[in-house]
Design a binder for this molecule. Sequence first.
Ligand code: B12
Ligand code: SF4
Length: 504
Amino acid sequence: MSDRPRTLLINPTVTSRHSARFPLALLHLAAGLDVKGSCKIVDCNVDRDMPGAVRAAFDGDRFDAVGLGVMGGPQVATAIQASRLVRELDPRVPIVWGSYFPTLYPDTALAAPYVDYAVRGQGDVALPELVQALHQGRHDRIAQIEGLSWKSREGIVHNRARKIVRSDPTGLLPYHLLGDPRKYLAHTYLGRRTVAHQASIGCRFRCTFCGVAAMFGGATALPDAMRLRRDLNYLKYDLGADSVQYFDHNFFDREQDMVPLLEVMAEMALPWWCFARADALLNLSESTWKLVRKSRLRMAYIGAESASPAMLREIRKGTRPDQTLAVAELCRRHGVIPEMSFMVAPPVNTEEETEHTFEFVRELKRINPHSEVVIYIYTPLPDSSRNERDRERHPSAPLLDADGHPMVFPATPEVWTEKRWVDYACHTDAPWLTDRLRRRIRDFETVLRCRFPTVQDMRSPRWVKRTLSAAATWRYHARRYDGPWELNLANRIVRLRMPQVSGL
Ligand code: B12
Ligand code: SF4
């Protein structure tokens, strides 16, 4: 083996080829690994024959470690499949899982025989340190690597947590490792060649339900304007991108820090989409809004979460329902579409909260009919998976299933692949829901989706959307959501798009 460590990074399949975007996590890791070694990336969202692609990666090559990014939900099954195959191809190569699943559930990930190491939180520095130690046979260093969980003879060891860093590779991300990066540009509502980009890392808030708070512990790191200019120049002029989807966990941070970034974006004038908070947008001054308009912000995904002030307090969201309504109006004035996400059916006051949210959505639509609405089931994280500090300061109430028994979360990745747990991870079902409420939520969503088809649906012709909207109008006005058989039938034929599953 050469004296430079070599790593294989795998993005197990999680979405359709059409929805595949830059695997930004693996590109960030590759930038760190490339400093002292080299690596290869296999993106199974693009290489649809996952076993074939993994086998081909091993053909004539050897690795010090294989890293897989694993998000809870449908990716757990494909990560298991890829990890088992890696073990078969080279039983000696250590397998490392990183991303949200092993961060939230490190013991569960390490319960699998095909996972040797779990990286909790950011991997940009932890993974290169691990690979270097493995390459040099320095197993004594493993216990010092912050953010790492691993198997010792005595059992699972969780090393100290690692602080978030804005790793700043001197150059661009190593896009060339993906072959031709242009294959990741997609035709979306924003433009014909939309690119995915991440400017800042983390989020300074600590909402109890959010995986981002568990991953980054309420910290954020912004890029400097020069770096953003360099990145956007490359994406726009070298790759030909005409619009940007920012994956930043929470784009609008403190106003004074955002202005230099918005100035760069206004120069580039690439229509964009981002995650944002209602309070941050409401606090922007008129002059900053002018920059936002100039930069061509088209849509902001805002976590409205709930119509109930009490629930918003309980989940420590830090925003209020009146701010959700106010930001819908503000966005209307500035020509930005607010894409509002709600979490219905919480474990307590389940039906009442849900109906209250339906009414609130109607109010939102009245204020700004262009608001897009995404509805999830509120599926809280188990206390054990929250960030250590938050767990101690604000322990959450125990979760009970429909029969009042304490919920037991899966102890192996395999159990997380069962439909009920995939649904839990994807916020589409929870054990405390009754069949009646499940149907009620589905029916409300159907009526709403038909009445107000999303602008993100590029596939359905305009006349189809108009016809469906007209067909759904009487139900929406009369609040007759239950059993919309005619809309279900029409939907089966045209299959309206669901952004909560496929992204933009
Ligand atoms: C892009 C994306 C997707 C894409 C996948 C990518 C694609 N299209 O090709 C799609 C749209 C498919 C998707 C789907 C889902 N997603 Co998603 N997604 C994201 C998003 C916006 C960006 C991820 C990203 O690239 N980040 C940029 C990189 C740089 O950061 P990172 O991923 O955190 O990576 C760092 C660390 O995690 C770690 N790391 C990551 N991988 C690895 C691998 C190794 C080996 C190591 C060592 C370390 C490591 O190091 C990285 C670099 O610092 C995040 C939110 C966010 N801003 O991160 C949500 C997010 C990851 N998704 C989330 C969820 C829940 C989902 C779903 C499972 C459910 C849902 N309802 O959204 C669905 C599945 C839907 C389905 N198919 O049924 C949650 C996860 C939270 C949690 N509790 O687990 C997030 C955080 C959104 C949120 N705020 O809730 N998603
Ligand atoms: S919900 Fe949004 S604001 Fe709250 S911690 Fe998660 S990313 Fe940050």
